[in-house]
Design a protein around this ligand. Structure first.
Ligand SMILES: C[S@@+](CC[C@H](N)C(=O)[O-])C[C@H]1O[C@@H](n2cnc3c(N)ncnc32)[C@H](O)[C@@H]1O
Length: 282
């Protein structure tokens, strides 16, 4: 059942209260942390808890700009992407939302991208029926497009030189995409499809002023495939595993995020909006 509750009605909702406690205390040490953990375990027994939890984490993150909400989010949803990369994707999306967002790879993080781009057009590209079903069973309103990759991860050196285009439905080619996140398909075994075709498809589908984010570039294959296929685009930023390609941004309103980071947070403090220059990640 679709949940249409507004923030006002949600305030009286016990599930929301649990989500709030989980987000507020989940990252704290000692008794507070245990309370947050207990709230989270109670929360997960409720149907549709993930959407509430994500909405609450996003609200906390937008209000405080801290990594703490992102940590709780990642642990609570069991997302594979690291905190720092998750923060970068969210900040990039925050500057562009609502937008046309295309995500290669479905997983525990799918509901996060959908909620963070609420009001925009979010579509997922997935080749594995198991993961498609698993995520759709939990979130029937997400839109996904099935694809068939014709590659093996082990062949990336050969394939990246002359990539075979992925066959894409009109849903994906009808308009360009403002932001494309490549976090799929699987590339962790020799026989997995690997990411030549998804990275190549991102290049074809991105809007002229759009951005492409590629995860797992700490692996040799992904980093070299990016060099070969996206190397003509400006590399706006790069963390340990996430590369961000975009042309210089069209100036927009100041980003929502204020960084009030805990001393031990490793994400660098972004420049204030006024100090942003062309070449900052858009
Ligand atoms: C790196 S995973 C994407 C993981 C997802 N971004 C996350 O953080 O949970 C790439 C592909 O592996 C499959 N997959 C998704 N979640 C997975 C998980 N938790 N463990 C293993 N494979 C996963 C899907 O077929 C997906 O397209």
């Amino acid at each position: 059942m679709t949940d249409h509750s507004t923030p006002e009605t949600a305030l009286t909702n016990p599930m929301l209260r649990l989500a709030r406690i989980a987000v507020r205390f989940g990252n704290r040490p000692g008794i507070a942390g245990r309370l947050g953990g207990r709230a989270h375990s109670t929360l997960v027994r409720h149907r549709n808890w993930e959407r509430r939890f994500v909405a609450e984490c996003l609200r906390a993150w937008r209000e405080t700009g801290t990594l703490s909400a992102i940590r709780v989010l990642r642990r609570g949803l069991n997302i594979q992407m690291a905190d720092r990369e998750l923060a970068h994707v969210l900040e990039t999306l925050e500057r562009r939302r609502p937008c046309a967002l295309l995500v290669f790879g479905m997983g525990n993080d799918s509901i996060l991208w959908f909620e963070a781009n609420r009001g925009g057009d979010t579509v997922f590209v997935e080749d594995d029926p198991y993961w498609t079903k698993m995520i759709h069973d939990r979130h029937p309103s997400l839109q996904s497009v099935p694809v068939v990759y014709g590659t093996r991860a082990i062949d990336w050196r050969r394939d990246a030189v002359n990539p075979t285009s992925l066959i894409l439905p009109q849903r994906l080619t009808a308009h360009p995409w403002d932001l494309i996140l490549v976090d799929g398909p699987a590339a962790y075994t020799r026989e997995s499809p690997g990411r030549v075709q998804s990275i190549h498809a991102a290049r074809r589908l991105v809007a002229p002023q759009g951005a492409i984010l590629v995860n797992d570039c700490n692996r040799e294959a992904e980093s070299r495939i990016c060099d070969m296929i996206l190397g003509h685009l400006p590399l706006a930023s790069s963390t340990n595993s996430l590369r961000h390609y975009s042309r210089p941004p069209i100036e927009k309103a100041a980003p929502v995020t204020r960084r009030v980071q805990a001393a031990n947070d490793s994400v660098r403090r972004p420049l204030p909006a006024a100090a942003r220059v062309v070449g900052q990640p858009a």
